[in-house]
Design a protein around this ligand. Sequence first.
Ligand SMILES: Nc1ncnc2c1ncn2[C@@H]1O[C@H](COP(=O)(O)OP(=O)(O)OP(=O)(O)O)[C@@H](O)[C@H]1O
Length: 257
Amino acid sequence: MSAQPSPIGEPVLELKALRKSFGDTEIIRGVDLAVLGGQRHALIGPNGAGKSTLFNLISGHYAPTSGDILLNGAPIAGFAPHIINRLGLSRSFQITNVFPRMSVAENLRISIMGRRGHRLTLFRSIRSLSAVNDEVDEYLQNLRLTRRRDSLAGDLAYSEQRILEMGMALATDPAVLILDEPTAGMSRDETTYIVDLIRRVTEGRTLLVVEHDMSVVFTLCDHVSVLVYGEIIASGEPSAVRADRKVQEAYLGEEVH
Ligand SMILES: Nc1ncnc2c1ncn2[C@@H]1O[C@H](COP(=O)(O)OP(=O)(O)OP(=O)(O)O)[C@@H](O)[C@H]1O
């Protein structure tokens, strides 16, 4: 796939003193976070910690009360979601982004053509169209969806729709791919399958993943940040974070092993 490698080790996404209140209640209470190029960064935290709120701030669905969000060094806080998306941040695993009445191949083609700056027009050179078709085939193969090429996306199994949606997000060649609970609602076998697939197709990409399943976090990610009550209480390599007393206390009664 035509990955545009992120600058390895350089901050791609940065949150600085980020705060968000709803009415009088402050939900995000001064978050500083850097997602580096090539990093597979997990955001974990107990229920109600503010993970969804933080993702909604990053993707532009909420405007922060104060603080900064930088994408490749440029401020994006408060921008509309479609602008942030165009600037290189793609949020995946909301299958609502899939066009259910179009085929799997057509869904991928739309993302690929969008990235290449193609409009849906009749007048396309044969050469550029065949390059798009080759790329569609490559994605189908990598996503293991080749045999579903001509199926309507709406007819796919739930897990396949989520895989297609991730493929569509990847095909836009984002600077950061945000995965929202990629294994939610999946069986153990589906989870194993999808984690393996995500690892493979996102090789060299920069990921920010919210995930409840700790075995997924520890298999997929090389960096973990822990959000508790709107604050990051630990950030580092998975094994160090797992051993952190504060993290264990925050997860009292929940599974972190
Ligand atoms: N639009 C809103 N208005 C008011 N309060 C909100 C709003 N969105 C979220 N909250 C509150 O913010 C807190 C954090 O919610 P959020 O959904 O971000 O947590 P989370 O870490 O994603 O939780 P979970 O793991 O259960 O999904 C909760 O107490 C929630 O009730």
